[in-house]
Every structure is written in C-alpha cells, then in structure tokens.
Design a protein around this ligand. Structure first.
Ligand code: ATP
Length: 347
C-alpha cells in the first residue's frame, strides 16, 4: 500500500514565512494527484516536504503505514522527476537510467534487465548508448522517467517535469506520462502551475493559493463546481466570467441593470456571479451582450465585450457567425455559480 497521508502538515521557513498553512489530505494507492496553483503558492514546498528535501515544521506525513517526518529521502521509497531532468551529461542513457540502482547494490544483470524494460516502455531502446546532449528535450524527459521507473518506487513525485518543453511536446509527454502511470499503477504527486496539465492528467486536483488549499476534487468537480472565485478564475482558459450582481426577490441583476433572470433560491443580496464562457446562448435571452472583439480559433470563436458594462467573454462554436454588435444572450440559471462578494467563497 502506498497511500500518502498529510495531517496538518505545515511549513514555516527559517525567516518566519509560513509557505504552507496546515494542510490535510490523502492520496489513495495508485492515484494521480496534481498540486496546482500560481507561482509562490507553496506547491513545490509541499512536494519537497513529501520527498524529504525540506523539513516539516509541524503535522504528520505518512507514506503507506509509516510516519516519515524524520525518515531520510533515500529511505522513503520515492522517485522524483524534476523540470531540469537532473541527468549526468557524461553518462550514456543506459547508465543514467541505471544509476540509482547501482547505488543500491543491485546485481549488474538485474540492473541491465530493468533498464532494458524501461527503455522499451519509453521508446528509448535505440538511444541507450547516447549521451544526454545527443537527445531531444522529450527524449531527455523520458530518460528522467526511466530513472524513476527502474527504481520501482512506492511513490512518484513530479516537479513541473514538462515546463522546459515546447507546447506540442508538452501535450505529447503529458499523455505519455499519464498512460505510463496508469500502466504502472504507482501513486503519484505531480506539481504544475499549468491548469491544462492539471485538468488532463489528474485523478484529483488540489488547488493551492497562498499556502492554503482552496479546493480538492476531480477535474470535473473543480471545473464545474469551483469552491471559490479563485478556483473559478484559475481553472479554465478563458476563465469563468465573474460579475458583480445582486440577488433580489424578483430577479438577479447585473450591476444597475434590469433583472436578467429569476432569482435563484436562498441567498439575497450582493454576489459575485460566475458563468463559464461556453455555458451561454447567444441570440436569445434577456441580457444584452455588446460584442467588441471576435477571436477566431478555428473550431470555435471567443466573443469579447461587455454585459451591463462588465467585461464578458463567450465561447461559441464556429458555425455561430457573429460580428461586433449587440446581441441578446441567455445566462442559464443552472450554469450560474454565486460567490460571496467579499470572501469569494461559493454560496
Ligand atoms: P513556483 O511555481 O514559482 O515554483 P511554488 O508554488 O512552487 O512556486 P514554493 O517554491 O513552494 O512556491 O514557495 C512558496 C513560498 O515560499 C514563496 O513565497 C517563496 O518565496 C517562499 N520560499 C520558498 N523557499 C523559501 C526559503 N528557503 N525561505 C523563505 N521563503 C521561501
């Protein structure tokens, strides 16, 4: 069992800065968990605490049945894949992949067999005798993966492993890494600031902001039911539209305008109203959308403009032909998310 449990894990750096506020969650055996958030939110600090590269200030961390707070990184049975690959330039691919095993005093023929198997899985067989400088970025990334795989660890830790690759290769590698993880069934924690990577790779996502967990959930939960305006605007490109609104008995008003829809049940008063750009319908409805810019994206179009004087973006399919102008727009009730106007928490 390689379940990982964090119980009130906290990090205060020696300068007194609290980079991670007490965090509790668990990663199930075989799960692919993605930690995502903007620069400085504490995701690398959290990962480094799991790896044992950074002491835990308070709380407990368990891997499997063991509390590992005071266990050396080498004894935690983890393999880490970094952004810069950390390959040895003077060694061949074969030696780079097998290096960690040699340190563990595993017999030579076993190392050779494991390296060959990993190379087959990663399509590196014909590159085994090359040095890292003779490889492409994607191949180097695969060598780093190979080094993690041969160790047969209880836990994979990934720290932004794709951020040095170009966009196309990044898309390809994220599919490869995800498929490999599925196949090997190794519990994995993956850090990224890229919300597309988080959405596409994760079984569950942890969204971090300022050292605090904003939300934990499946990609669908995070996308369709964001717990806060932070999550709503961080996940999704373009992000959820967030507008100042007021819920009165007779309807929901955007700014000072007329009611655009019936009031939802419950809450009355000022709100931040959220709706995803693809959840609107153009050409019908009681709100008016002043479209000022149309962005052509091939399969779809993004319409930018204002509703009731507030910035708004809509996502429509390519067959909806729209030019700048004013259009009726429907903001369907079931697609709306209401947030507290000050705290940003979901109402
Ligand atoms: P990035 O995506 O930029 O790497 P991150 O979310 O991984 O960001 P961390 O590297 O975990 O963020 O850093 C979290 C916060 O802790 C940041 O504000 C950072 O400046 C601070 N921090 C990191 N290392 C130290 C340190 N050794 N001493 C003091 N503060 C630190």
């Amino acid at each position: 069992m390689s379940r990982v449990m964090l119980n009130a894990v906290r990090k205060v750096y020696s300068n007194g800065f609290e980079a991670v506020k007490p965090c509790s969650f668990r990663i199930e055996d075989g799960e692919f968990l993605v930690l995502v958030g903007p620069s400085g939110c504490g995701k690398s600090t959290l990962l480094r605490m799991v790896a044992g590269l950074e002491p835990i200030t308070s709380g407990t961390l368990s891997i499997g049945d063991r509390v590992v707070n005071d266990v050396d990184p080498a004894e935690r049975d983890i393999a880490m894949v970094f952004q810069n690959y950390a390959l040895y330039p003077h060694m061949t691919v074969r030696r780079n992949i097998g290096y960690g095993l040699k340190n563990r005093k595993i017999p030579g023929h076993q190392i050779a067999a494991r390296v060959d198997e990993a190379a087959r899985m990663l399509n590196l067989v014909e590159h085994l005798d090359r040095k890292p400088a003779q490889l492409s970025g994607g191949q180097r990334q695969r060598v780093a993966m190979g080094r993690a795989i041969v160790r047969d660890p209880a836990l994979f830790l990934f720290d932004e492993p794709l951020s040095n690759l170009d966009a196309k290769l990044r898309n390809q590698m994220r599919i490869e890494i995800k498929a490999l993880q599925r196949r090997l069934g190794v519990t994995s924690i993956y850090v990224t600031h890229d919300q597309v990577e988080a959405m596409t790779m994760a079984d569950r996502i942890v969204v971090l902001n300022g050292g605090v967990i904003e939300q934990i959930g499946t990609p669908a939960e995070i996308y369709h039911a964001p717990a806060s305006t932070f999550v709503a605007s961080f996940m999704g490109a373009p992000p959820m539209n967030l507008m100042t609104a007021e819920v009165a008995d007779h309807g929901l008003h955007l700014g000072d305008g007329a009611a655009v829809m019936a009031a939802p049940n419950g809450y009355r008063g000022p709100v931040t109203m959220g709706i995803r750009p693809e959840d609107v319908r153009i050409g019908t409805g009681s709100a008016r959308f002043d479209v000022t810019l149309v962005e052509e994206l091939g399969a779809h179009r993004l319409l930018h403009g204002q509703i009731a004087g507030q910035t708004f973006t809509a996502h429509v399919l390519k067959d909806v032909a729209i030019t700048p102008g004013t259009y009726p727009i429907d903001l369907p009730g079931p697609a709306l998310a209401l947030f507290h106007p000050e705290t940003g928490a979901r109402l």
